[in-house]
Design a protein around this ligand. Sequence first.
Ligand code: ATP
Length: 289
Amino acid sequence: MSKINDDSNDQTTGDSAETESTCFPWQSPSSRSFDDVGGLDSIKEQLERLVVRPLIENREEYARLNVTVPNVLLYGPPGTGKTYLTEALVGEIGYPFVKITPSIVQSRFVNESAERVRDLFTEAREIAEQYGHAVIFIDEVDVVLGSRDIANAHHEDQKVVNEFLTFLEESGQQNVYVVAATNRRERLDEAAVRAGRFDREFHIGIPGAETRREIFRTHLEGRPNTVSDDDLTWCVENTEKWNGAEIAITIDEAARRAVERGGDTIQHEDLVDAIIDQTSERVPSNIPL
Ligand code: ATP
């Protein structure tokens, strides 16, 4: 029987899980919520409607009419919050989740990668039987579900894609819910994005001014600060084309500077210094890494 691991050092985990080894790194539901995600309001509303209500809030009404919860694909440039949003979604629905990266699926041994995909979904089914539902988050899904058409597609990779597609189609009936993210939507196998597999897609782009303001806000919240609305406007105006990851790092840096100067609150000058510092180091975020 599969039980999830509770790594108490991981801030994304809750504290209700029992400990027993699983093949894949299952975690207790994240403690993050949609309120922790700056901006992205229309995507959060859609996820609320498509996923949270049918799975949690109005479960019985949706079940009575047999409403399907669609697997979701998030795509867009690096550092724009795809993983962060997924963790918030998992926090909202409160089921165990596992983050799958290509290295977790790919094996050096022929035939073993497809087997690992089978094992993943078997384990997810077992977790779902115990906890009600299980969420699989596939990061860099273009690597795992890359197009089978390209001339040098390896036979084993094709088997992995086939295996995944079959399980994706059946996942809903087994209370296994799948969210995937990619920076390279165009590399996905066509069959992956047809109805019944990932049938809802959301693009998350480089944040505009309003979203940057909200990201600054959410990351400052909970940290003592004297940052005013006008200060935030300065920050927003001086971080054009920055992604959420860069903003988060900058606020950490501002907090560090506040401590170093002996302060107990983050002030505008700390943010200004951190932004100037980060400006000299940053890689333009529209270049895929
Ligand atoms: P990649 O494609 O490189 O995996 P990603 O889109 O998954 O990137 P995340 O890892 O989710 O990006 O974001 C990196 C960090 O940026 C998050 O841990 C978070 O601190 C911050 N961040 C990004 N977007 C937001 C947002 N909308 N609100 C709050 N924080 C954000």
